[in-house]
Ligand binder design. Structure first.
Ligand code: RIB
Length: 310
């Protein structure tokens, strides 16, 4: 089983030509409302890969929470581990997307701030299971789940998004660290590596220093992955005609990657599958609603290059 411990939001998406500057007001003709939250998004991407997936998180006792959970259940995500707060509303995210599909996001945590490690029973942290986490729930709760997962045998995949101050000691509980370019820079400084634009070097050193695999997503430049022993792979980004919206692409990558690791695929193969899924998600609007099905991923993989050792 794959356990996703993380945030659940309702996303309010607004399209703008350019992002506003301080003090500027912009008009946008419409907005979209869709299910989001890095945890919920990643759980849906895992389930789309056909892996038994349970989401653990918190929503408020409101229409948004109900709508998001219903959508997850329709997509085969188990939600019995999601708690409902009587007092605090479901998390919300305001997502601005510009004309080239880039986004800026503000998350209002709401009930996500109440997410607790106590919601995860020890029995599901056993060997053979995988726990996938991000950084939109309280750090202390993430750390507690990581430590218990390590003690009980489950593998830990940490998507350090948004970038956060996490100690080197905490990283010792992680088996796979997934970051984008800016998050890689932040974590590099944290573990005492100088900032570098050479992401190959960064991923290799990060993996060696922390003793776990390090995966860096590079947007249009593809993705790279290094084992602690220095073995690495790179893949290009999937070629797509038009980038419509990159919201949730990182989550689609992480969920697909974790599902592939759960299914015991090798690191290079997991990297390839995740990159293809993330690429496909950029061809549609929104987060969860843009995620591809397994059949779409498999079809796109047929023409996608093999991971190159580096
Ligand atoms: O990664 C994209 C997600 O970040 C959005 O769905 C939003 O809810 C925020 O959590």
């Amino acid at each position: 089983m794959l356990i996703v411990f993380g945030s659940i939001n309702m996303d309010y998406g607004v399209r703008v030509e350019k992002f506003p500057q301080a003090g500027q007001t912009l008009l946008s003709p419409s907005y979209d409302i869709g299910a989001g939250g890095k945890g919920a998004n990643q759980s849906l991407a895992c389930a789309r890969m056909g892996v038994k997936t349970a989401l653990v998180g918190m929503v408020g006792d409101d229409a948004m929470g109900t709508k998001i959970l219903n959508n997850l259940r329709r997509n085969e995500v188990m939600t019995s581990g999601v708690g409902v707060s009587d007092d605090v509303p479901t998390g919300m995210a305001f997502v601005l997307t510009n004309h080239v599909g880039e986004n800026q996001i503000v998350v209002c945590s709401g009930a996500n701030a109440l997410t607790s490690a106590a919601q995860v029973p020890d029995e599901i942290l056993k060997d053979g299971n995988v726990v996938l986490m991000q950084m939109e729930v309280p750090l202390a709760e993430n750390l507690a789940v990581m430590e218990r997962a390590r003690a009980h045998g489950a593998k830990v995949v940490l998507n350090l998004a948004p970038a956060y101050q996490i100690s080197q000691k905490a990283l010792e509980h992680v088996d796979y660290l997934i970051v984008n370019e800016s998050e890689a820079q932040a974590i590099a400084a944290l573990v005492g590596i100088g900032a570098s634009q050479d992401y190959m070097v960064l991923a290799r050193v990060l993996a060696a220093k922390s003793g776990h695999a390090c995966i860096i997503t590079l947007g249009a430049k593809g993705a790279i992955a290094f084992e602690a022993d220095g073995k690495g792979w790179r893949v290009p980004a999937l070629e797509i005609k038009e980038v419509v919206d990159t919201t949730g692409a990182g989550d689609c990558f992480c969920g697909t990657f974790a599902a592939a690791i759960h299914a015991k695929f090798a690191l290079g193969t997991a990297l390839r599958k995740a990159s293809v899924a993330a690429g496909l998600s950029c061809t549609k609007k929104g987060a969860q609603e843009s995620f591809p099905y397994l059949a779409d991923i498999e079809a796109a993989l047929e023409d996608f290059p093999q991971a190159i050792p580096c």
